[in-house]
Design a protein around this ligand. Sequence first.
Ligand code: HAM
Length: 416
Amino acid sequence: MALTAIKGFNDILPEESGRWHYIEQAARSIFELNGFSEIRVPVMEKTELFCRSIGDATDIVEKEMYTFVDKGENSVTLRPEGTAGVMRAFIEHKLYAQDPVTKLFYLGPMFRYERPQKGRYRQFHQIGAEITGVCDPLSDTQVLNMLVSFFHEIGLDEPSLQINSLGCPECRPAYRSALCLFLEERLESLCEDCKRRFGTNPLRTLDCKVPGCVEATKGAPSMLEHLCGDCNLHFDSVRHYLDLSTTPYSINPRMVRGLDYYTRTTFEVVTGLLGSQSAVAAGGRYDGLISQLGGPAIPGIGFAIGLERVALLLGQRDFTTVPDLFIATMGTGERDTAFRLMDGLLKSGVRVELDYECKSLKSQMRRADKLKARFSVVIGENEVKSGKASFKRMSDGSVTEVALIVDEIARTLKLQ
Ligand code: HAM
């Protein structure tokens, strides 16, 4: 049997990794600008952490977790998302004691046993950010603006921001009852999953993509019409600050999210370019999560960006790094000179490639072309003797004579 990767688990090949670095660097710089620091938490946690945070009646916990019993008879799970583990670490290390407002970001693989398709994988990567300790709507808007700036920074202006409010434990139960009343009369038109959700998590029926369910839930009562006074005020203020910062957004009253910890503001950044995998980033406020996990009553809000989906949206742009210079040699006699130059140039930050195997000049030049080197130089006996060589700019064939001195070459290449 051929040894291949597991279904839904992808290799990120060298030609792709430039795109990933570009995305990761943009996120890091915007998050750091906003005062967020990186936290790295394990990819595996006790299963109970996810049941208690994401919720027993969610698709993630019911059917998508990679859970197994380890050799010590403990039930452990590969993290399906980042917020739960970050909040577990936040509580365990009492990060709240250092500063009442904590801003954290993280980046790494997540695991969900979903049906793989374009933009949906079983191992995927998220870049996430979380603020804890503030319930002011201003922080909701800062998080939203930071997310929108990230997409702007990487040149993606098509995905758009949608927001909603899921209310709080005060107002959601009444909404849930109103929705159940509405659904009860339409139960027969719902898919099998939604019939089950009706009993466990009725809000999720609003999010179901099955055409019969979309049709049956048209005209369902909206959470926004059932918000209590405080939640209403909160949502209005978030919108006020979004308007103040001229951030474009729309309200999607049917957005319910697939994790149970959310309260009040929820949001998604959606694209029309990835078929049914339309959310490229998503998040929301979770004011009850930290206390639910055994920590103090501290509110929080955050989001996660799906790296694979963003990489897909960046499309054909080329992110590979190319050598500044390819050094070709006429024969073995010039190897010392070529090596000395390469070593010195690398130490001064110039990307250099040379031929390792003493191949023919033609084959060396083919490699220079393939690597898309910006410049090439051929070193033979004459060049070694004269201490000078012709540096060819590969894009137009123009040639500059430069002394074979590391600083001279570095300066010439950087100038051009
Ligand atoms: P989520 O909506 O489950 O939220 O995931 C966030 C993003 O991860 C999605 O919008 C999508 O871009 C990406 N994603 C999710 N599943 C897959 C998959 N199977 N394949 C590829 N990409 C995927 C959360 O995970 C929350 N922890 C977000 C959050 C942070 N809320 C508050 N703080």
